[in-house]
Write a protein that binds this ligand. Structure first.
Ligand code: PEP
Length: 249
């Protein structure tokens, strides 16, 4: 049985005061949760303040992005050393919005994963197909290519994978539990090629319009080990309900 992993991706939302308000109201509602990993990925500007408030709690901090070098003349970028310094334990890499709007290729994703892990960060590695790719029967192929290329020489011990069908992100269209399970199973089989012997212990999260209403049916799937939540993580009460999804036996 893999330990559930529930992560919030706030994307480009919340000022520092808004982020702190969220944290003050959210923390008490999950302080009794001991059977799941809870992670929040705020924008860079809120990391420092939130890190101070999360110290000693059961909620961990993630960044939403990282650069693939440790330091130097890379104006506007943030290095893995800086993320560790500010209190991050995780970083999101390979999110479809980074691939789509910022041209991140599998090679860039792989460089980011390796440098993040080298500096002690755990990576939440996102993969997923577009609607066009799904409709043309290329879902498995895309998932396999992104997984194998992204994880070249990556460290299995510092890794969580997130399956995020691009057509389900921020659209209100969730994959059915059957579609999610099918993709997760395929990804797990692919992980067996990359990490023979370790694939069964890697958590695979589902992301794409997860809500308090649909989380239970998704989490009931054999290979769904958690959720990466965008829109529904912006309000403390809705994210708290997702963290407190109904546990099976
Ligand atoms: C995401 O951005 O990772 C995500 C899953 O967003 P949403 O929950 O809003 O679809």
């Amino acid at each position: 049985m893999r330990r559930p992993f529930i992560a919030a991706n706030w994307k480009m939302n919340k000022t520092v005061p808004e982020a702190m308000d969220f944290i003050y109201s959210f923390l008490p509602s999950v302080e009794e949760v001991t059977d799941a990993d809870i992670v929040i990925a705020p924008p860079f500007t809120a990391l420092f303040g939130i890190a101070e408030r999360l110290a000693g709690t059961n909620v961990r901090l993630s960044a939403q992005n990282v650069f693939y070098e440790e330091k130097g003349a890379f104006t506007g970028e943030v290095s893995p050393l800086m993320l560790v310094d500010v209190g991050c334990e995780y970083v999101l890499v390979g999110h479809s919005e980074r691939r789509q709007y910022f041209g991140e290729t599998d090679d860039i994703v792989n460089r980011k994963i390796r440098i993040a892990q080298k500096n002690g960060l755990n990576v939440i590695f996102c993969v997923g197909e577009t609607l066009k790719e799904r409709e043309s029967g290329r879902t498995y192929n895309v998932l396999r290519t992104q997984t194998v290329n992204g994880l070249k020489d990556a460290d299995v011990k510092k890794l969580v994978v997130a399956y995020e069908p691009v057509w389900a992100i921020g659209t209100g269209k969730t994959a059915t539990p059957e579609q999610a399970q099918d993709a997760h199973k395929y990804i797990r089989n692919t992980l067996r090629e990359v990490y023979p012997g370790d694939a069964d212990s890697i958590r695979i999260l589902y992301g794409g319009s997860v809500t308090p209403e649909n989380v239970d049916s998704l989490m009931a799937c054999a290979d769904v080990d958690g959720a990466l939540v965008g829109g529904a993580s912006l309000k403390p009460d809705s994210f708290e309900k997702i963290v407190n999804f109904t546990r099976g036996n």
